[in-house]
Design a protein around this ligand. Structure first.
Ligand code: NAP
Length: 220
């Protein structure tokens, strides 16, 4: 059995993904900047001290996993800075772009040689990256970064298909985590149950879709 790699596993949705995968008996590697007590209490192998926007993150992870076959790679780490049209901070836009869009692409490229045939790649995006679904405006940097992630996800679906790797772009729902200040329609446990169902049903026939954790397809 290969490993499942989850980024941003210290807390929130990423922590819950790691916990639920461990409960299934999956070998999980939790990638984080700093360990949390909840993660330390889990059965996951923890790789801490990894800032995903650092230039060395790709080579660092490639070295850590050089003896592993990866069956599942979940890019979950993300950041949201609120903004408005009259208050757009270019540095905050860049920071969101670096972590939400560029890091998953760079790390996928760095880890591609370790992806097993039949492996799955999941990008935790947001429906806020959808243009068709944008009915309320605002959140410039976050929406732009998630739209860029979605674009990368579709190209990755095309490029990884010949290697037998399927890609899904996921919206976790509005989830009660630090990112949302504890507000949202779903707890992390319920959100992640749906996310894992979507990953379970992913195949090369369905690669490249943008789906809600509840299974409905989302507009780009
Ligand atoms: N919550 C929602 O309603 C919602 C809705 C749509 C999409 N999403 C997406 O779901 C994903 C998880 O969100 P969440 O709600 O669980 O957020 P969260 O509770 O704020 O957790 C964010 C995670 O990302 C990690 N992270 C942040 N910057 C990092 C960096 N530079 N390097 C490595 N890790 C970093 C954090 O690690 P530290 O502990 O080290 O800070 C933390 O583990 C994100 O991609 C988010 O955009 C969430």
């Amino acid at each position: 059995m290969g490993i499942a790699v989850v980024t941003g596993a210290s807390r929130g949705i990423g922590l819950e993904i790691a916990l639920q995968l461990c409960r299934r008996g999956q070998r999980v590697v939790a990638v984080c900047r700093s360990r949390s007590p909840a993660l330390e209490a889990s059965a996951a192998r923890i790789e801490s001290g990894i800032d995903l926007i650092a230039a060395q993150a790709g080579p660092q992870l490639a070295a850590l996993f050089k003896h592993d076959d990866i069956d599942l790679l979940i890019h979950n780490a993300g950041v949201l800075h609120e903004d408005r049209v009259d208050q757009v901070d270019p540095n905050a836009v860049r920071a969101q772009f670096e972590l939400n869009a560029l890091a998953p692409l760079r790390l996928t490229a760095a880890l591609a040689p370790r992806l097993a045939r039949g492996a799955k790649l999941a990008l935790i995006s947001s429906r806020m990256g959808s243009m068709g679904d944008n009915t309320s405006g605002g959140y410039y940097g976050y929406r732009m970064s998630k739209a860029a992630l979605n674009a990368a996800g579709v190209s990755l679906a095309h490029d990884l298909r010949p290697r037998g790797v399927a890609v899904v772009i996921l919206h976790p729902g509005a989830v009660r985590t630090d990112m949302t200040g504890g507000h949202g329609l779903l707890g992390a446990e319920e959100s992640v149950r749906g996310l894992l169902e979507r990953i379970d049903e992913l195949s090369l026939e369905t690669t490249g879709r943008f789906v809600h954790q509840n299974g409905s397809e989302l507009p780009w």
